[in-house]
Design a protein around this ligand. Structure first.
Ligand code: F6P
Length: 511
């Protein structure tokens, strides 16, 4: 049943009306069990959800909403490999990529075997490249899910990266990016990875062709040694002359593809064992999502909180605050994960929705954000839930720095909640501003895998409750078609039939 038709939804609406006077400070004062109840443990992640705008009634009603919308059945359908991506007629099985060696029953046995065979081949190649001292630079050419995941993870795991190799990521069709990277490279020392699920994406194809042309212009010929394609479309790669290929499957969505051949640059960076550890961490979170009861299930709790905030409290954005500089690309990664998955205005059957879906995600690492936009979080007119992400143990020995970092993360969450009442006017902090706090013991391939899988599943949960297809992205198509038309017009100068504003822009660019 669609969420807004359920009894739980109506009860939540009534509950939200009575909730206007909710105050975190009194919630803690009145309920000594609050912290205990709202601290959750999931594999590799400890989560404090107590500073959120919920009470026991909210929590119970949200779980009821999950039951009435059939969340568990939908989750189980995904893990059975059913084609829940209904607009593309595809299964959603990125979780299969992190399934440990062994067997699965029925229809999943054959794909799992393929996954494991491909992973072995990929990791053998990875070790070969790691041992190859002639290759000093690895350039990943890809965009969206074929860029953000590996880029974010190579940065996040910088302490695990093999010395002697540099990793570059080229995504934008803007030639400044490719030209800037190529400037510092020598063809004989470079491995280009052309990462594209479809092998049709215009940015990636254009960058790949230019990289090939640059490579050949240096007098280099051995494309099979210096270029590899990571794709589901091996035939298109071969047409470009790239015969070293690592495949994956149409049941892996672009933004869920880090675990597939798209993770190859990361695997070169952290090694075969590191990559297997990443998969193991994610698998542990898959198991938690599948088996923990709803009330103890961290992705379920986070996804339901997202629905409560979006539809009942009308908070339309979420700020991501990783208190770890190596997680600086995490907000960008999560933007695609959440907003491309759940930025939908129709339900699974194509009917327009009367309620909001994906929030806007944004953020920067702490403490930098504190000196930029946290002003708005503390004293602005909108309430923005903040998600703090911190790591207990650093990998450096600058103890004071890490103490200050963690102190700031905890203090910001505290300041948002407590506010400051004793000073009026400009110095008044209203407080009662919500936040969640995710804490990892260490930032390792394993814990990063768990953190990313947690985020994937929480997006699944809110998308499932909203009754949308979180696994298509039709909204990116129109821009692609129009860009082709405008490109042709840029070459011909023809502005006929264009809207007046686009025609003026084109003329200005051409003039
Ligand atoms: O245009 C959106 C999108 O399709 C994303 O979903 C995807 O991650 C990205 O483009 C790149 O696609 P591909 O890997 O096929 O080049």
């Amino acid at each position: 049943m669609r969420c807004d038709q359920t009894a739980a939804w109506k009860a939540l609406q009534a509950h939200a009306d009575t909730f206007k006077s909710f105050d975190l400070r009194s919630a803690f004062a009145l309920d000594p069990e609050r912290v205990k109840r709202l601290i959750l443990a999931a594999p590799y992640i400890w989560a404090d959800l107590s500073k959120n705008h919920t009470d026991t009634a909210t929590e119970a009603l949200m779980q009821e909403l999950a039951r009435q919308t059939g969340l568990a059945a939908h989750r189980d359908a995904m893990f059975r490999g059913e084609p829940i991506n209904n607009t593309e007629g595809r299964a959603v099985m990125h979780w299969l990529l992190r399934q440990p060696e062994g067997k699965l029953p029925g229809a999943l046995a054959a794909p799992l075997q393929e996954v494991q065979g491909t992973l072995k081949a990929m990791l053998a190649y990875v070790e070969q490249i790691r041992a190859d001292v002639q290759i000093t630079d690895v350039v990943n050419i890809g965009i969206g899910g074929s860029d953000l995941g590996p880029q974010m993870a190579v940065l996040a795991l910088q302490d695990f990266v093999i010395p002697g190799k540099r990793f570059h990521f080229v995504s934008n069709v803007d030639g400044h990016e490719l030209a800037g990277v190529l400037k510092g490279l020598k063809a004989e020392n470079t491995l280009f990875l052309i990462a594209s699920k479809t092998f049709t994406t215009i940015e990636t194809m254009t960058n790949a062709r230019s990289a090939l042309a640059w490579f050949q212009a240096q007098g280099s010929q051995d494309v099979s040694r210096h270029f590899a394609a990571l794709t589901t479309n091996v035939a298109a790669a071969a047409q470009m002359g790239i015969i070293t290929t690592f495949g994956f499957w149409d049941w892996v969505g672009g933004r869920y593809s880090l675990w597939s051949a798209i993770g190859l640059p990361l695997a070169i960076a952290i090694g075969a064992q590191g990559f297997r550890d990443l998969l193991a961490g994610a698998h542990a979170m898959d198991q938690h999502f599948q088996s923990a009861p709803l009330e103890a299930n961290l992705p379920v709790r986070l996804g339901l909180l997202d629905v409560w905030y979006r539809n009942f409290m009308h908070y339309s954005s979420r700020s991501i605050a990783p208190y770890h500089s190596a997680l600086r690309r995490l907000p960008a990664y999560l933007q695609q994960l959440e907003m491309e998955s759940n930025g939908k205005r129709v339900d699974r059957n194509g009917h327009a929705l009367p309620y909001g879906t994906s929030p806007v995600l944004w953020g920067e690492p702490g403490t930098n954000g504190q000196h930029a936009y946290f002003q708005m979080l503390h004293q602005g007119t909108d309430v923005v839930p903040v998600e703090f992400i911190a790591v207990k143990k650093p990998t450096h020995n600058l103890a004071e720095h890490h103490e200050l970092l963690l102190a700031n993360a905890i203090a910001q969450a505290q300041a948002l909640m407590l506010g400051q009442a004793d000073e009026g006017g400009h110095k008044h902090f209203p407080g009662n501003r919500p936040s969640s706090f995710l804490l990892l013991d260490e930032l390792t391939p394993t814990s990063l895998g768990a953190l990313i899988a947690l985020q994937e599943h929480r997006v699944f949960v809110s998308g499932s409750v909203w009754g949308i297809n979180s696994f298509d992205q039709w909204g990116v198509e129109l821009g692609k078609v129009l860009a082709k038309d405008i490109h042709a017009r840029l070459l011909s100068g023809d502005t006929q039939g264009l809207d007046a504003s686009s025609a003026a822009l084109l003329q200005r660019v051409l003039g």
